[in-house]
Structures are given as C-alpha cells and as structure tokens.
Design a protein around this ligand. Structure first.
Ligand SMILES: [Zn+2]
Length: 129
C-alpha cells in the first residue's frame, strides 16, 4: 500500500511527497502524522469489522448450477452470493471514522460528496487486504 503525503506548513507552503511505502523508512513528519491519526482513531474511532469477499475456494453447491454454469439462487446463505462456501474470510477488526452523509452536494478538501456518500477513514494498520 503506498501513499502520497501532503504537508502544509504554518506559512501555507504545501509540499506533496512522492509515492511512499509506509514499510520503508519514512520522514519524521510522516511518522508524526500517522502517530496522531492512529492515536485519535484508537481513542475516538468506531470499532469496525472488514470482510473480504472470497474469490476462490470450495464452490457452493446450494446455489450454483454447474450444468448451466450460473447461480440459480440469489439469496444463498451458504455462500452469501459469492459462489464459494462461507462467502467471506474472517473479519479484520480496526477503528475508523465515518462522516455523516451530507443533505446536499458538498465540496470539501477531500472532493465532492453527494447525499448518501460518506468519508470513511482508517489507519494503514492492520493491513486489511
Ligand atoms: Zn451459494
């Protein structure tokens, strides 16, 4: 997972880093940004669980017709419509922030957001997928 970091000095001068990998040695400023974000997430973040959909595994025989080569039950509780038994890997727990959905189109520093959209922010660790 790589990142670009944007530094804004107190005098307004902005610097955007080259793509960087957090597992490589990073600047002390970047480390401090990550440390502060992780601290805030740990103290005030919502407990969330991320589920990764299976894309291989034992094929589901309850909803998938091999002769027709298609799913015949759209509400399968064996594979949760992934076509693989179990459907999802074990959840990964992490803390996150999520903004409220705007009532009208909104433009902020992250871009344009429409009603129904949110900003979902998590730490780089644990690495989710
Ligand atoms: Zn199924």
């Amino acid at each position: 997972m790589n990142y670009r970091l944007k530094f804004v000095e107190t005098d307004g001068i902005e610097t955007i880093s080259d793509k960087t990998w957090l597992i490589e040695p990073i600047s002390i400023k970047a480390k401090e940004i990550v440390r502060e974000k992780n601290l805030i997430l740990r103290l005030r973040g919502l407990q969330t669980y991320h589920l990764k959909k299976m894309n291989y595994g034992q094929p589901c025989t309850d909803c998938f017709d091999e002769i027709m080569s298609m799913q015949v039950d759209g509400n399968c509780t064996t594979c949760y419509n992934t076509r693989f038994i179990g459907g999802y890997y074990s959840p990964v727990s992490t803390k996150a922030f999520m903004t409220q959905t705007p009532d009208i189109n909104t433009i902020n520093r992250f871009g344009e957001f429409n009603p129904g959209q949110v900003i979902y922010s998590i730490s780089a660790y644990p690495e989710l997928f």
